[in-house]
Design a protein. Structure first.
Length: 197
């Protein structure tokens, strides 16, 4: 009986999270492209002046898909600063990060996301100082709802990397439901600034 109750709770929680995911993704996608570009620029400006980023030697990024927050200005700065940077690549149910020295090393991969070409290279062995994380919704307590496949949650389950969620203010909820395996963000970055959560 207890197992039945727990399974129902998991299904209910998944359904609620899917509703949040759809709602906040739709809000983001409804924004005009010019507005997302402006807000992404404001977010990048906050990051470029952020001491934690400035002091970081090794940073994990994502490549923006559609109207996700674009950190391309920060990525280009990190390359100029000779920081070690890496991007995720998905193979099946596994996500790994690969270091790149140039954006030209990225190719369209899973879900049409730009990923590193992993041929003839190994996943990173170094510990990152900071990881920027995309998502569909966040709250100001560190909760995040991604795209429903759990790649980031699994990858960071046994790591102590500082996770910084990147979102527009329209993607920030009052309170999101979290599952036991969800990884909390240490920071939330929006066009209004950087919040330690």
């Amino acid at each position: 009986m207890e197992n039945i109750r727990q399974n129902k709770q998991v299904r209910d929680n998944r359904q609620i999270r899917n509703q949040f995911r759809a709602f906040y993704k739709a809000r983001r996608e409804a924004m005009p492209l010019r507005l997302t570009e402006r807000k992404s620029g404001e977010i990048c400006a906050h990051i470029l002046h952020w001491k934690l980023y400035q002091d970081a030697d090794a940073v994990l990024f994502y490549y923006p898909l559609g109207k996700e927050v674009s950190l391309l200005a920060v990525i280009k700065d990190a390359l100029v600063q000779k920081k070690h940077i890496a991007f995720p690549k998905v193979t099946g149910k596994t996500m790994r990060f690969y270091e790149v020295c140039d954006l030209g090393e990225l190719r369209a991969g899973s879900f049409q996301i730009m990923e590193p070409d992993s041929a003839h290279r190994q996943p990173i062995a170094w510990e990152p100082d900071l990881c920027f994380v995309p998502g569909t919704a966040f709250d100001r307590k560190g909760a995040r709802i991604g795209y429903g496949r759990g790649y980031y949650d699994r990858y960071f389950a046994d790591k102590e990397t500082v996770l910084a969620g990147c979102a527009y203010e329209c993607q920030i909820a009052g309170c999101l439901p979290m599952a036991a395996w969800d990884q909390k963000m240490a920071y939330l970055i929006s066009e209004r600034g950087i919040l330690s959560v």
